[in-house]
Structures are given as C-alpha cells and as structure tokens.
Design a protein around this ligand. Structure first.
Ligand code: UFG
Length: 327
C-alpha cells in the first residue's frame, strides 16, 4: 500500500469525469473529499464518507469544507456541460459555471488554498482554422457553454496575478469510455454524447440521428478526437503534481491527436458490440465544427503525460461494458 499523499478537493466528483478522476486519485494514494450538489451527478458514484453536499454558490459552505482539513489542491469539475442547453438557457450556465467558480475561488482565497486544476474544453476554440489545434489557436467560442469556460480561464489569470492562486486549465476534447474495472462511467440525463447514444439505439432498436453527411471530411461526417476518460483522469493527476511541485499556471489541450469520423465510430461500435447501429442521417447540428483534433504536445512535453487507453476499440469496449453493467 502506498503512503498517504495530500488531500485533494474534487468539485463535481459525482459526475462522469470527476468520479473517474477521484478513483484514480485514490488509487494513486491521495486523500479525496468531494463537493457536489448532486443536481446532475450521481450519489452512488461517491463514497458517502467523502461526499459533502454543498452548492458552488454557497461560498461559506465551500470555505468550511476547505478548512475542515488542510486541502493541498482543488480539481474543479462541477459545471453544466450541454452545449445545446447553454444556447437555450445561458443564464443557468453563467450562474453555475461562472458565478459558481467565482464563489469557489473566493472561498479558496479565504482558506489560503492556492492550487486549482480546472475542467476547460475544446469548445473555447469555436470553429478553429488550424488542425490539429494548438493551445495558442484563436479562442472564439460559438456557444455559451464554451464562453463560460473561457471566462473562467481569464478569471484564473487574474487570481494568479493578484492572489498567487495557480491554475492549470485542461481543455478536454471528446471525453469517452469508462473505467476499465467498470467502477465509473458516463450516465448523463438526457444523454447527448455520440457513443452512449449509439448503445441506446442498439438497445431500443430506435434509429438515432447522425448530424450531417456533407461535411468537408473524407466520408462527409464530423471528425472528433476521442479521449478515454482514464487518460483524461491521469492528466488531472499530473497537473496536480505539477502544481504541488511549485509549477506555474498553464493551459493544456487533452486529446490524442487522432480524429475519427462519426462513421468510423459507427463501425467501431458495430465491431465491439456485434450489433448494427440503427441510424439515419439528419441535418447538421448548429455549432458543430467539421473537425476538432487536439495538438497535445505541450502536455506531453511539459508534464510527461501521454494517452495509453484511447484507441477507439478500447474506448468503445469499456463504455459498452459500463452501459451493460446492471444487465
Ligand atoms: N452526433 C451525432 N448524433 C448525435 C450526437 C452526436 O451525429 O445524436 C455527432 C456530433 O454531431 C459530433 C459527434 O457526434 O460530430 C460528437 O458529438 P458529441 O455530442 O458526443 O460531442 P461534441 O463534439 O459535440 O462535444 C464534446 C463535449 C462538449 C465539448 C466538445 C468540445 O460534449 O462539452 O466536445 O470538443 F465542448
């Protein structure tokens, strides 16, 4: 058994990426306390002894958790993540993602906690004109969700300059897959992500809609960089370790550098499950760039991270086992 490492506070630890990262922190010997209001997360995803049911807007409540025991770093996942919803009710995105993070940073400053790893997104780039996308590419979000994440990144710059609170922003590409031991995975309500929707179509027999077949890509469907949630979780651990070793604030893309089209994902899902995916083509979805592929050489070069679980069949296989876990 490894020696106990410092305490990390994980906000949104009852969600998809938060619960996977919490497991890996514990596996690596860290102590973890989770803050989640369970508005979108799942109670069953967290050890009840580690869970503190606190809303991000409750600054005093966050301060109490931050001062219960010395917290070395915060990993901040808690946020709303549905692009489409953010274009219908931006107010809840700005309140939860932006005001909620401001409340957290305020509590951290009061408690003297100076390290944060922040869940950012490839959505900060909007419709990029370079591929693969480096961190220096223009930031032009095309939806309110991406804008909230970019605004938090900017806020973090100022908290570093003024309060010396160091932040590493990880810009995720397409998080996918599940814990290989099937302890945690993706369960959104409603589900909007491609791979679990394919599983639902197989289970129900009801065709899903593939959004667009006339993109300027080899097979006409959108290309995305699918990153296994275990690789994503490991990126958070190397980011925490960098901050705890005194490393600077930074922003990193987290992806594989390889893109797959929607039709290539269909083929992978059919291969792994042995079932045809019922689908039909519909129009393009608003705000979908033709291709989003990460240049993650900065993360690989500076923090020594590399993806090891992200080949597409492994992503689909772990996600499929998670999808069928109760059956
Ligand atoms: N797609 C379909 N049909 C569906 C759902 C998705 O064809 O029913 C397609 C989309 O058009 C896209 C691809 O599958 O081309 C992936 O779509 P997802 O909704 O799974 O993921 P996105 O690429 O839209 O978004 C993800 C995250 C966002 C993040 C974005 C950044 O969900 O939070 O990556 O790249 F902002």
């Amino acid at each position: 058994m490894s020696t106990q490492k410092p305490l990390v506070l994980v906000t949104g630890g009852a969600g998809y990426i938060g619960s996977n990262t919490t497991l890996q922190l514990l596996d690596a010997g860290y102590d973890v306390v989770v803050v989640d209001n369970l508005s979108r997360g799942h109670r069953a995803a967290v050890d009840p002894e580690r869970l503190r049911e606190v809303d991000l807007l409750d600054t005093d409540g966050l301060y109490r958790v931050l001062t219960e025991r010395p917290v070395a770093a915060v990993i901040h996942f808690a946020a709303f993540i549905a692009v489409g919803e953010s274009m219908k009710t931006p107010e809840i995105y700005f309140r939860n993602n932006l005001a909620g993070t401001l409340s957290l940073l305020t509590a951290m400053v009061r408690a003297g906690v100076k390290n944060i790893v922040f869940s950012s997104t490839a959505a900060v780039y909007g419709m990029p004109d370079v591929s693969p996308i480096p961190e220096s590419a223009a930031k032009r979000p095309v939806n309110a969700y991406g804008e909230t994440k970019l605004m938090v990144e900017t806020m973090l710059d100022w908290f570093d300059r003024i309060h010396h609170l160091r932040g590493i922003c990880l810009r995720y590409f397409n998080a996918s897959g599940a814990d290989p031991l099937c302890r945690a995975g993706e369960s959104h309500e409603p589900e909007t992500h491609l791979i679990p929707l394919m599983f639902e179509a197989i289970r129900s027999g009801k065709p899903m809609t593939l959004f667009g077949e006339d993109y300027p890509t080899p097979d006409g469907t959108c290309i995305r960089d699918y990153i296994h949630v275990s690789d994503l979780a490991r990126a958070h651990i190397v980011a925490v370790e960098s901050l705890l070793a005194g490393g600077p604030s930074n922003r990193y893309n987290v992806g594989t550098g390889t893109g797959y089209s929607v039709m290539e994902v269909v083929a992978a899902v059919e291969h792994v499950t042995g079932s045809p995916v019922p689908y039909s083509f519909g129009p393009r979805r608003d705000g979908d760039p033709p291709s989003l592929v990460a240049d993650s050489s900065r993360l690989q070069g500076e923090l020594g991270w590399k993806p090891v679980d992200s080949d597409l069949p492994r992503i689909v296989d772990t996600a499929w086992r998670w999808f069928n876990r109760d059956r």
